[in-house]
Design a protein around this ligand. Structure first.
Ligand SMILES: CC(C)(COP(=O)(O)OP(=O)(O)OC[C@H]1O[C@@H](n2cnc3c(N)ncnc32)[C@H](O)[C@@H]1OP(=O)(O)O)[C@@H](O)C(=O)NCCC(=O)NCCS
Length: 183
């Protein structure tokens, strides 16, 4: 399954992506607020291999897509969506863009494609994202997509030995066409 936007192609991660994936995922500025950070290139490869049989139709699972520039197919990030156990439940997503490609509206473009699929063919009712409130770039991205902050849980997660806050942003299907028109 491949999703295409003006500048991007979203498709499956390949084993040949391991070096680039490791490079940007292990970058401290990228890993700072993420739950998962590869310690080695092998970790990146294992992550890619763990997605070999992944499908967006598999309930209660994470489905990961590579984000590539359509101009030269270069891997510039990745995007994961959690498909809920029950079709009526909320879909969760997370996105990562390599530092050299941030700030160009590419993350927004990738998530717009994801929302078109989730709210379109998959018939999702609600989509949410969970972020560390100190992750300002992430909060700005989610707001720019029309998402609304719905909750702020204090020190509800322990990440690498540190208690951190968890902020939830969400969007409903009926809000997406309107939010999308401003994009
Ligand atoms: C979060 C992340 C994907 C954003 O990527 P990006 O390429 O900078 O996002 P875009 O260029 O598409 O920008 C989207 C919006 O966010 C804003 N934005 C992006 N970075 C920002 C920053 N550091 N400060 C303020 N606003 C920022 C942009 O201005 C834009 O808003 P606009 O449409 O109103 O102009 C990127 O910073 C990243 O990969 N961070 C590390 C991984 C991570 O923490 N992911 C968790 C996400 S759920």
């Amino acid at each position: 399954m491949e999703w295409v936007t003006t500048r991007l192609r979203l498709d499956a991660l390949r084993e040949s992506d391991a070096d680039v994936l490791f490079q940007y995922r292990a970058d401290p500025s990228v890993a700072r607020y993420q739950g998962w950070c590869p310690a080695t290139r092998e970790d990146a490869l294992d992550f890619i291999r763990s997605q070999r049989d992944a499908s967006i139709d598999t309930r209660d699972s994470w489905f990961q897509r590579a984000i590539r520039l359509s101009s030269d197919n270069a891997l510039i990030g990745d995007l994961g969506v959690h498909v809920p156990a029950h079709p009526e439940d909320s879909y969760e997503f997370g996105i990562t863009v390599a530092p050299s490609h941030q700030g160009k509206g590419l993350a927004r473009e990738a998530v717009q494609a994801l929302f078109d699929v989730l709210f379109g063919s998959l018939g999702a009712h609600r989509v949410h994202a969970s972020i560390d409130p100190r992750n300002l770039a992430s909060a700005a991205l989610l707001r720019s997509l029309g998402m609304r902050q719905e909750a702020h849980f204090r020190e509800s997660l322990k990440v690498r030995g540190e208690w951190v806050d968890d902020v939830i942003f969400a969007l409903l299907a009926r809000e997406w066409p309107a939010a999308n028109m401003h994009g």
